[in-house]
Design a binder for this molecule. Structure first.
Ligand code: GLC
Length: 532
């Protein structure tokens, strides 16, 4: 069977509010994205994933939707959306929308109706109970909220203003599948699926068992002293993934990329049991808390290869709009960021980069009390240094600051007086324009690596074989497709390394010192090389 396009693609995530402001209101918009499409195209990415821009009170910047088929006015209009889809396709690229199926905004007309009484046309569209059980929300604390009009509690997996839809109600399921069809008809190439693993909850609302775990981790979402046994990763959700796949198949090969969390053997179930009968791709969030060492990456790749063997395909993601930017874990060290990009763009998997990652944009610390993100307001009573010590990002505004295009006012993002979030103070040093003109920049490295990836089938869909017998700080792997082979060697250490290695041609080096002569290879500290 041929490898589907979405297993070979490269993804660039746009947070629309922060990408480019075309109408000077301080907020990024759809026309702004259109104006910057050539930038992304020239970089070499194929697929754009755009965080939600649908009608919303913006209490969770768009992840609280009040109409799935209307566009929030600050982002533009339906015409702009159609034009965006068309412009993306004109460039031979793909476009992926963010589908928040699990919950709506509390302002959605369905919920407004549902909460009014136990007997109305939307009364069974959300999850209502007379008495709450012990489930905790993903963000901590009780996820049940009382509605005095209806005299019942509704369930919110995330924040109180994001009530969960009831997928056990066939009307809800049909309406949401039709919403998916609505956008597929308009030419969207697929969806990133927001917190997809909480879609179904236990039908009997059984209490979750006690657990000693306080903080949820990537491999185990249990936390706040309870095992998340009955409110996520339910068997019905795996079946739902298959149904959603068949809806998409009505339109041909479309991407479905799930935001799911939990043990790998569980989240693998979202992919279905054979190629193309489940989601197709899932994020594997262990990578978002990676350690920067050869040993760590060797083991990570071994684990990933074991869980997502061909014909499954992993996704390699190191940053997104909810987590610290990867460069933060690297002490803002550009040499390390370059090596990480080299790994991400050459390893077996779909790379997914977050806007600004290609120029090394850094987090901008901001106080919890004035945050636009609702999450930090839940935690103002806990001193910030505790979260920093634990490496947790609470104020997501810090990773959502506007894109740094140039050295002009507002980093070239907007000509407004005030931008929706502050511009990072380092924009004079870290910006697209400057990096385009610097041949050794992270941006140009990303572009060169993408162009190599885009012409080497072995990097797009080849098998991966980890190499042994190398110096311990050198991570090496071979990518093989049919009779073509490419080898990648990365020195994840600041000391130079020299070792013997047979090869015929060097196609890429990270620094001038990296060298490949005759049968010997010399890698600079944090150097890397691609050879044939
Ligand atoms: C996902 C999104 C996040 C959002 C949440 C609720 O985790 O990535 O930004 O706040 O779901 O929709």
């Amino acid at each position: 069977m041929n490898t589907p396009w979405y297993h070979k693609t490269t993804i660039y995530q746009i947070y629309p509010r922060s990408f480019f402001d075309s109408n000077s209101d301080g907020i990024g918009d759809l026309k702004g994205i259109i104006q910057k499409l050539d930038y992304i195209h020239e970089l070499g990415f194929e697929t754009l994933w755009i965080s939600p821009f649908f009608s919303s009170p913006q209490a969770d910047t768009g992840y609280d939707i009040s109409s799935y088929t209307d566009i929030a006015p600050e982002y533009g209009t339906m015409d702009d959306t159609l034009q965006l889809i068309e412009e993306v396709h004109k460039r031979g690229m793909k476009i992926v929308f963010d589908m928040v199926m699990n919950h709506t905004s509390i302002e959605h007309p369905w919920f407004k109706e549902s909460r009014m009484s136990q007997n109305n046309s939307n009364s069974a569209w959300y999850i209502w109970q007379d008495k709450p059980n012990n489930w905790q929300s993903i963000t901590g604390g009780n996820g049940w909220h009382y509605s005095p009009e209806r005299k019942q509690y509704f369930w919110s997996s995330f924040l109180p203003f994001q009530p969960d839809l009831n997928y056990r109600n066939p009307e809800v399921k049909k309406t949401m599948f039709d919403t998916v069809r609505f956008w597929l008809h308009k030419g969207v190439d697929g969806f990133r699926l927001d917190i997809f693993n909480v879609i179904y909850k236990d039908a009997e609302f059984r209490d979750n068992p006690f657990s000693f775990k306080l903080i949820p981790t990537e491999d185990d979402p249990s936390g706040f002293f309870q095992e998340a046994k009955y409110n996520l990763n339910q068997p019905e959700s795996f079946e739902f993934a298959k149904e959603l796949r068949s809806v998409c198949n009505e339109f041909g090969d479309r991407i479905l990329l799930g935001e799911v969390s939990g043990d790998r053997s569980i989240i693998r179930k979202f992919l279905g049991d054979k190629i193309n009968n489940g989601l197709g791709l899932v994020f594997d969030f262990e990578m978002l808390s990676f350690e920067f060492s050869a040993n760590y990456f060797r083991k990570l790749i071994e684990r990933i290869e074991a869980h997502y063997p061909n014909p499954f395909m992993p996704v390699y993601v190191f940053s997104n709009h909810d987590r610290r930017r990867s460069i933060n874990r690297l002490g803002d060290d550009l040499r390390k960021a370059k090596l990480l990009a080299m790994l991400q763009l050459t390893v077996r998997g779909v790379p997914c980069m977050y806007y600004g990652e290609e120029i090394g944009m850094t987090d901008l610390p901001q106080p919890f009390a004035t945050a636009l993100d609702p999450i930090p307001h839940k935690f103002t009573f806990i001193p910030r240094f505790i979260f920093d010590f634990l490496g947790l990002l609470i104020n997501r505004d810090e990773v959502r600051t506007p894109m740094q295009w140039d050295e002009m006012r507002n980093a070239g993002f907007s000509s407004a007086e005030k931008t929706w979030l502050p511009i990072h103070t380092n924009y004079n040093k870290i910006n697209v324009k400057r990096e385009i003109n610097d041949k050794d920049s992270l941006l140009n490295l990303t572009r060169r690596l993408l162009s190599i990836r885009n012409r080497e089938l072995s990097l797009q869909e080849g098998s991966l074989n980890l190499l042994s017998g190398l110096p311990s700080s050198v991570l090496g792997y071979e990518r093989k497709f049919e009779n073509k082979k490419v080898t990648v060697l990365l020195n994840i250490d600041e000391r130079e390394k020299e070792f013997s290695f047979e090869f015929s041609e060097c196609i890429f080096t990270l620094s001038d010192i990296d060298d490949a002569k005759e049968k010997s290879i010399r890698l600079n500290g944090f150097g890397g090389i691609i050879i044939k």
